[in-house]
Design a protein around this ligand. Structure first.
Ligand SMILES: Nc1ncnc2c1ncn2[C@@H]1O[C@H](COP(=O)(O)OP(=O)(O)OP(=O)(O)O)[C@@H](O)[C@H]1O
Ligand SMILES: [Mg+2]
Length: 256
């Protein structure tokens, strides 16, 4: 059974139809990238997966259970298993970096884990290459550091799935590579299922097992990076032209 199944989903905001008939299955351990034009519904899709938004029709199943009809306590259990890196980071400026990273542990964590919070926050910050910055304030961080703190917050509770909304947008090339490496490392080391929304085709090709293109309220095409690159569909060509996936069998990102 796939870990996530989106089936026959329709969603509109007033007159604005976002999905006509959305269907997508995501396997455990898979790294999938969702691409598509601005406003086509990529962020909405991630929000449907964790029940922040509900579909007008259709099902969004997580591990066989329909998220769309879950009650608050069931949703909370799903959210414990899913970390989310929000578009723009969504850090709280009024609290420290450490408190930001601890937020989901305090919010959803089991009380038995409370004494471990400091240690787990430190481990998550270490994992994203920012050890010891717990006391800093979000406003004193660079854009790249904010994204990495957002990522530390997404992984601190040991999620099975991480949803990344534009993890590399607006970053310089060094930070882009750093974030891409982290996504690949989390997949390999922690066997995390990754769902990445991005405009950045170089990242998409570097980190994906599979890609899916959203277009006019549906998944227009899914395939491996190589299949995307050789697709004849004009909408796909418009996106991938000028970019190339790494050579087969030779990952572009070394994971140590
Ligand atoms: N809560 C909401 N209320 C009303 N309209 C919304 C809401 N959330 C999203 N929309 C609309 O739904 C459409 C899809 O939004 P979404 O944020 O998923 O786009 P996106 O593909 O992530 O775009 P971008 O690449 O710019 O981030 C947009 O037209 C947006 O204005
Ligand atoms: Mg978006």
């Amino acid at each position: 059974m796939p870990l996530i199944e989106i089936e026959g989903v329709k969603k509109a905001f007033g007159p604005k139809v976002v999905y006509r008939d959305l269907n997508l299955s995501i396997e455990r351990g898979e790294s999938i990238t969702i691409i598509g034009g601005s406003g086509c519904g990529k962020s909405v899709m991630l929000k449907l997966l964790i029940g922040l938004l509900r579909p007008d029709a259709g099902e969004v199943r997580f591990d066989g259970q329909d998220v769309a009809t879950m009650k608050a306590d069931e949703l909370q259990k799903v959210r414990q298993r899913v970390g989310m890196l929000f578009q723009g980071g969504a850090l709280f400026d009024s609290i420290s970096v450490g408190e930001n990273v601890a937020y989901s542990l305090r919010e959803h964590g089991r009380s038995a884990d409370r004494p471990d919070i400091g240690r787990r926050v430190a481990a998550a910050l270490e994992m994203v290459g920012l050890p010891g910055i717990e006391k800093m304030r979000p406003q004193d961080l660079s854009g790249g550091m904010k994204k990495r703190v957002g990522l530390a917050r997404a992984i601190v509770q040991g999620p099975e799935v991480v949803l990344y909304d534009e993890p590399t947008t607006g970053l310089d090339p060094i930070n882009v590579t750093r974030i891409n490496r982290l996504i690949v490392a989390l997949k390999h080391e922690l066997k995390i299922t990754s769902i990445v929304v991005t405009h950045d085709m170089q990242s998409a090709f570097a980190i994906s097992d599979r890609m899916a293109m959203l277009h006019e309220g549906k998944i227009l095409y899914t395939g491996t990076p190589h299949e995307f690159q050789s697709s004849k569909l004009p909408e796909v060509r418009d996106f991938v032209i000028g970019f190339a996936p790494p050579d087969e069998g030779r990952p572009s990102l070394e994971v140590n």
